[in-house]
Design a protein around this ligand. Structure first.
Ligand code: ADP
Ligand code: MG
Length: 333
C-alpha cells in the first residue's frame, strides 16, 4: 500500500470509530516509514499513535463514576476528593533541577505505551519532600492538569481514624478506589509520625499505620501516578524511600526564583515607577513561594484599600516588614 492509500484508510477507520483497524493501519504506516529508513518520522508517528491523550487517558477505564467515594465509617467524612484543575506548568517556579525531575515523571507517564513496547514501565510512585509552602501540593495539581487526569486528593490526616483499627480499613478502601481508574493520586502530608498525636495514639500504632501504607504503595500495580508529600522527610523511616521510584526535593527559592515569583504574584496589578522587585527579592531570603504569595497579596491589598490602582515600592516594603515580623514570631515560638 502507498502512504496515500494508508492515510485514506486511516481516516475511514477513524470516522467509523474502528479502533482496531485504526491502530493496525497506524502500525503499517510506521513500518512503511521504517522501511524507507525514515527512522525519526517512524519514531514520532509511534509516539503520536500511542500518546496517552489519545489512548489511555480517553479510555473508559479512566473514571468509574459508579464507584462511591469511600468514607470514614465513624465520622462519615470522605476519605478523598476528586478535583480537576486548569493550571499551566509556567505557574510553577522551581529550581531547574526540581523542575527537570518533575518533567521527567510526566514525560515518562505520557510515554507509557512506548515504554511498554520495550517492556519498561514509567516511574509512577513519587515522594515529594520539602518545607511547607514550597509547592508540593501545587505541583501535584499542575501535573494533574498537564496530564489531563483528575487529581485524587487524599489528606492523610482524614484517613487516620480515632479508632486505629478503622485506619487500616480506610487505607484499604482508598487503594481499592484508586485501582479503579487512571488518575494522579496525591497522599498529602504523610508525615503523621512526626505530628503531635499526644496520648491518643501510641507511636507503635502510628508506625503500624505508616508501614501499612508503605506496604500498599509497594503492592500497588495500577496505572495511576501516585504522589506522596511530606514536610518532614527527616522523621520518616529511611525504609520509606525505597518504596518510591523517585524522591523529589523542593527547595526554598533562590534570589532569581524569588524574583520570578514576585513578578508572577504582582501580575494582577499595575506597577508604580518606583517599584524595585530586585530589591525585594534580595530581602526575602528564606521565604517560601507561599510566603511570597501572601506578601504580594498583602501589598496589593494595601495599595487597593488606600485607594491606589497601582502598587508602589512602599506597599511592598510595608508588607515585607509585616511579614518579617510574622516570620520572626514563627521561628521564635
Ligand atoms: N514553586 C512554586 N511556584 C509557584 N507557586 C507556588 C510554588 N510553591 C507554592 N506556590 C504557591 O503557594 C501555594 C501553597 O503552596 P503548596 O503547594 O500548598 O505548598 P506545600 O504543599 O509544599 O506546603 C500554592 O497554591 C501556590 O499558589
Ligand atoms: Mg501541601
Amino acid at each position: 500500500m502507498t502512504t496515500n492509500e494508508l492515510i485514506k484508510k486511516l481516516f475511514i477507520a477513524f470516522t467509523k470509530n474502528d479502533e482496531e483497524e485504526f491502530y493496525k493501519l497506524g502500525e503499517e504506516l510506521i513500518n512503511l516509514e521504517k522501511r524507507k529508513k525514515h527512522n525519526l518520522v517512524a519514531k514520532e508517528l509511534k509516539e503520536a499513535l500511542y500518546s496517552k491523550s489519545h489512548s489511555r487517558i480517553n479510555s473508559n477505564k479512566r473514571f468509574k463514576t459508579n464507584m462511591p467515594i469511600p468514607r470514614d465509617n465513624d465520622t462519615g467524612f470522605p476519605l478523598l476528593e476528586i478535583k480537576q484543575y486548569e493550571l499551566d506548568w509556567k505557574q510553577l517556579i522551581l529550581t531547574d533541577k526540581t523542575n527537570y525531575a518533575l518533567k521527567q515523571i510526566v514525560l515518562g507517564f505520557k510515554s507509557y505505551e512506548v515504554l511498554a513496547t520495550y517492556n519498561l514501565k514509567p516511574k509512577n510512585k513519587v515522594l515529594f519532600c520539602g518545607m511547607p509552602g514550597t509547592g508540593k501540593t501545587f505541583s501535584a495539581q499542575v501535573i494533574s492538569a498537564y496530564l489531563g487526569l483528575p487529581l485524587v486528593y487524599i489528606n492523610f490526616d482524614a484517613i487516620i481514624s480515632s479508632y486505629l483499627g478503622e485506619t487500616a480499613s480506610n487505607l484499604k478502601r482508598v487503594f481499592e478506589f484508586i485501582t479503579n481508574g487512571i488518575w494522579v493520586v496525591l497522599f498529602d502530608e504523610v508525615d503523621i509520625i512526626g505530628k503531635n498525636r499526644d496520648d491518643q495514639h501510641e507511636t507503635g500504632e502510628i508506625k503500624r499505620v505508616v508501614n501499612n501504607f508503605l506496604q500498599m504503595i509497594d503492592n500497588f500495580e495500577g496505572d495511576s501516578l501516585i504522589l506522596a508529600s511530606t514536610n518532614h522527610p527527616h522523621i520518616l523511616d529511611p525504609a520509606i524511600w525505597r518504596r518510591f521510584d523517585e524522591v523529589i526535593n523542593f527547595e526554598l527559592p533562590d534570589q532569581s526564583e524569588r524574583l520570578s515569583l514576585i513578578k508572577l504574584y504582582l501580575k494582577p496589578i499595575k506597577k508604580g515607577k518606583d517599584i524595585n522587585i530586585n530589591f525585594i527579592s534580595e530581602r526575602t531570603e528564606g521565604f517560601s513561594p507561599s510566603d511570597l504569595k501572601s506578601m504580594c497579596r498583602d501589598a496589593i491589598t494595601h495599595a487597593i484599600i488606600n485607594e491606589r490602582d497601582s502598587i508602589s515600592n512602599n506597599d511592598l516594603i510595608y508588607s515585607l516588614d509585616r511579614f518579617r515580623e510574622r516570620l520572626d514570631l514563627r521561628t521564635n515560638s
